[in-house]
Ligand binder design. Sequence first.
Ligand code: ZN
Length: 71
Amino acid sequence: MKHKWSEKALSPDGHSSGKVCEREGCEIVCVSRHETDGRGWPQHWKEWFRGTEKIQVGGNTPACKAVGVQI
Ligand SMILES: [Zn+2]
């Protein structure tokens, strides 16, 4: 099942944007980061959080953990 993403919210410094799954029981947070490395090359990656815990960096989007929803 796919996540039900909120509107994207841009961080004040413009280096990352975040969205949250609005399904009850999932509420995973996806942060898209846009930084430059030490040589000035742009780097893009994604991080996923649940609460304050970082559960994954990069790779595929984790599965939706919503409760009580039929696939
Ligand atoms: Zn979800």
